[in-house]
Design a binder for this molecule. Structure first.
Ligand code: PLP
Length: 429
C-alpha cells in the first residue's frame, strides 16, 4: 500500500453485506483526501518519488527488496515507477476484486504478463505444458524463445477431457520438472474449453524433484466476469488487459493475479525486466474498469443473437460459440462448472474457404476488419492468415483453424445492427 492512498477509505461492506466489485470500481483503494480531494485518482506521471528522509528511503528499499519483513501497519513506500506507482497500485487493488485474488501485478502488454510469468518460474531443462490452440504470440514465445534456453514446450489439445491427454503428457515429460501448465480457456479462436480443475489435479501428479507445475490460466476471453480460474484451482490468472479490461481498443496492457506467494517471483522479475504498465495506461484502465460489467454484459447479450443468426444461415458451415454447447458434449459439464456465461466471441466457418471468408470480411460495413477483441466495437478477422498465421498448417487443421474460419468479437452496438451487417456481408460469400 502506498502512502498516497488508504486501503479501504469507504469500506467494502454496507450494513454487513459485502459490496460487489462493480460498486467498488469508482472508489476502492483511493483516498481523495490524499490528492487534494480529487474524486478521480490523478495520473501520477512521475518516474520517481521524493523521500522525507534518508532513513525513510532506506526503510522503503528494505521492504521493496525483501531485506526484512514488513512491519504490521507499515505502508509500502513509493520509490520509483518501475517498482510501484499509485495508479498501478489502485488498478491492481481493483482488478484483484473481480477475481477475488490476494494480489495483482499490471504489465505494459498481455505478452509482457505471460512472458514475465513463465520466465519467473522456468529453469533450463524444464518443460512447459500448454493447451492448444493458444494465442499466436504465446505459441511463438513457447516454441521459439524458450527453446533457446533448453525449455521445451509440450502442447495438448483443448476441448477433450484431461484424462485423455494425460498418458501422452506424462510420457513426454518423463523425469523433467514442469515449470508451468499454461492454459487458454476458452481457446483463441475456437472457444475450445480446458478443465481448470482437471489441470490443477494433473499438476499435483506432475510434481518432479520437489517442484509442482504452476497452473497459469489465460482468462482473456471470459474473465473476469464470466470465469474466475482461481476458484477452480489455478495458481495464476493472466490477462491481455488490451481486451475486455481496457475495452475501448485504445491501450495495450496486461495483468497477472494470484496469491501473494505465487505472484512474488513474477512481481520481482517485473521490476528487473521493466515490463510494468505506465501510469497513463494504469489511469486509462481505472477508467475502463468502472464500466467493465456493463460492457461485458451488453456484448455477451448481443453475441447470443448473432450466434443464433449464424447457426441458421445456409452459407455458414459451423459456429463455435459456448452458448451452443449441447448437454452431450464431453466438456458441457466443465462449461457449467467453470463459466457463468458464454461471453461474446464467436468463430464461424463460411462456405468457400479463404475466398468466402475474405468476401465476407471485405463486405462488412459496421463491424470493423481488425484483430484484437473485447472492445466496445464489433471486430472481425481471419485467424488462419492473421492472428494464427504463424501456426504450422498441419496444427491449424488439427485445431479447427480452417481457411473459411472467421472470428467475431461482438461489441456493444445494437444487436439488430450487428446482425444486419453480418447478414449483408454473408450475402457476398
Ligand atoms: C488470449 C490472448 N492472450 C494474450 C494476448 C496478448 O496480449 P497483448 O496483445 O495485450 O500483448 C492476446 C492478444 O490478442 C490474446 O488474444
Amino acid at each position: 500500500m502506498s502512502t498516497r492512498r488508504s486501503d479501504d477509505p469507504h469500506g467494502t461492506s454496507l450494513d454487513g453485506r459485502k459490496l460487489r466489485p462493480e460498486s467498488l470500481m469508482m472508489s476502492y483503494g483511493y483516498d481523495p483526501r490524499l490528492s487534494e480531494g480529487a474524486i478521480k485518482c490523478p495520473i501520477f506521471q512521475t518516474s520517481t518519488f521524493v523521500f522525507e528522509s534518508a532513513e525513510e528511503g532506506k526503510a522503503f528499499f528494505e521492504v521493496a527488496y525483501g531485506l526484512r519483513e514488513q512491519g504490521a501497519g507499515e505502508a509500502t513506500g513509493l520509490i520509483y515507477s518501475r517498482l510501484n506507482n499509485p495508479d498501478l497500485e489502485v488498478l491492481e487493488d481493483r482488478l484483484s476484486l473481480w477475481d477475488e485474488a490476494e494480489a495483482c501485478a499490471s504489465f505494459e502488454s498481455g505478452m509482457a504478463a505471460i512472458a514475465t510469468t513463465l520466465l519467473a518460474y522456468a529453469r533450463p531443462g524444464d518443460a512447459i505444458l500448454y493447451s492448444t490452440p493458444v494465442y499466436g504470440g504465446s505459441d511463438h514465445l513457447l516454441h521459439h524463445f524458450f527453446l533457446q534456453y533448453g525449455i521445451q514446450a509440450i502442447g495438448f489439445t483443448a476441448g477433450v477431457p484431461i484424462s485423455r491427454v494425460e498418458p501422452d503428457l506424462v510420457r513426454a515429460v518423463g523425469d523433467r520438472p514442469v515449470a508451468a501448465i499454461l492454459i487458454e480457456t476458452p481457446a483463441n479462436p475456437t472457444n475450445a474449453l480446458v478443465d481448470i480443475r482437471g489441470v490443477a489435479d494433473l499438476a499435483q501428479r506432475l510434481e518432479r524433484h520437489g517442484r509442482r507445475p504452476m497452473v497459469v490460466v489465460d482468462n482473456t476471453f471470459l474473465g473476469p466476469l464470466w470465469q474466475q480460474p482461481l476458484k477452480h484451482g489455478a495458481d495464476l490468472v493472466v490477462y491481455s488487459a488490451t481486451k475486455f479490461l481496457g475495452g475501448h481498443s485504445d491501450l495495450i496492457a496486461g495483468a497477472v493475479l494470484g496469491s501473494r506467494e505465487a505472484l512474488a517471483p513474477v512481481r520481482a522479475l517485473r521490476t528487473f525486466l521493466g515490463t510494468m504498465a505506465s501510469p497513463w495506461t494504469g489511469w486509462l484502465l481505472l477508467r475502463s474498469l468502472e464500466t467493465l460489467k456493463m460492457r461485458m454484459t451488453a456484448s455477451m447479450k448481443n453475441a447470443r443473437y448473432v450466434a443464433d443468426f449464424l447457426r441458421d444461415h445456409p452459407r455458414v458451415r459451423k459456429v463455435h460459440y459456448l452458448g451452443h454447447l449441447e448437454s452431450d458434449h464431453p466438456l458441457y459439464e466443465v462449461y457449467r462448472r467453470q463459466c457463468t456465461a458464454p461471453g461474446s466471441l464467436i468463430a464461424f466457418e463460411v462456405e468457400d474457404g479463404e475466398a468466402g471468408a475474405f468476401r465476407f470480411l471485405n463486405s462488412l460495413r459496421l463491424v470493423k476488419l481488425a484483430v484484437s477483441l473485447g472492445g466496445t466495437e464489433s471486430l472481425a478477422e481471419h485467424p488462419c492468415s492473421m492472428t494464427h498465421a504463424d501456426v504450422p498448417a498441419e496444427a491449424k487443421e488439427r485445431f479447427g483453424i480452417t481457411a473459411g474460419l472467421v472470428r467475431l468479437s461482438v461489441g456493444v452496438e445494437h444487436y439488430e445492427d450487428i446482425v444486419g451487417d453480418v447478414a449483408q456481408a454473408l450475402a457476398a460469400v
